[in-house]
Design a protein around this ligand. Structure first.
Ligand code: ZN
Length: 232
């Protein structure tokens, strides 16, 4: 209907099949339609959950094969879980190089002004884009948990590539971002562990478990990076 925007990289076939919006950007599968028009600020959560459960790509909507790929910031890379669905390798690569907003870094709760769809994001808010992206290569066995408001995909193995600005970077170049994010996460855990609906004992247990998980997983990722550095 509309012409593809000039200056964008060549589209892989799956992306080429997506409809194009009036600005010339492909409309990803996960984008919600409001009154018949795509609203890039809103993730169609039920559609994304359904696609993940049926092993379909959240960017193009096509069936995935044996290989799942997830794109995420450093914190999710450490914890090996993300609220993005799985995707094709080429769909993620295209998104990183052409339209980083496709990876909706700023997923947040629905806001009053937006229609009643649970997950939304707002490009105008200058979301804190992660300083680097990690792309995880996961064989089919990602664990997929979902609720009406969230989707969490988790995996065990560590097999990452890292992207900064407009290019792939080496694991060695990603190392400091991982270490920094790990510290930030530990600080956030302490901030979160305030008395609230939970008893003190329950909160203490949650904090202890979360800290231990973060420490262990950070060490594992940094060990993997050290291994990569040796081999290159
Ligand atoms: Zn795809």
């Amino acid at each position: 209907m509309f012409e593809y925007r000039k200056g964008l990289p060549d589209r892989p076939e799956r992306i080429a099949r997506l409809p194009v919006d009036e600005r010339g950007y492909p409309i990803p599968f996960f984008v919600a339609y409001v009154d018949g028009a795509p609203d890039f600020r809103i993730v169609d959560h039920p559609k994304v959950v359904d696609a993940a459960l049926k092993q379909k790509c959240f960017i193009c909507g096509d069936k995935l094969g044996q290989h799942f790929f997830f794109a995420m910031g450093p914190r999710s890379a450490i914890l090996r879980k993300t609220n993005h669905g799985p995707a094709h390798k080429e769909c993620i690569e295209y998104s990183l190089s052409a339209c980083p907003f496709i990876l909706y870094p700023n997923v947040q709760r629905r806001r009053a002004a937006l229609p009643d769809i649970p997950l939304s994001f707002d490009q105008s808010m200058q979301p804190a884009r992660p300083p680097i992206y990690a792309v995880a290569h996961v064989f089919k066995h990602a664990q997929i948990n979902h609720s009406p408001e969230s989707l969490v995909c988790a995996w065990e193995t560590i097999d990452y590539r890292f992207w900064r600005d407009d290019r792939w970077i080496t694991p060695a170049e990603a190392e400091s971002y991982i270490a920094e994010e790990s510290e930030r996460y530990q600080a956030d855990l302490l901030k979160t562990a305030k008395p609230g609906d939970w008893s003190q004992a329950r909160m203490d247990k949650w904090l202890q478990d979360s800290q231990a998980e973060a420490t262990q997983k950070t060490a594992q990722l940094l060990a993997w990076i050290a291994e990569q550095k040796k081999n290159h």
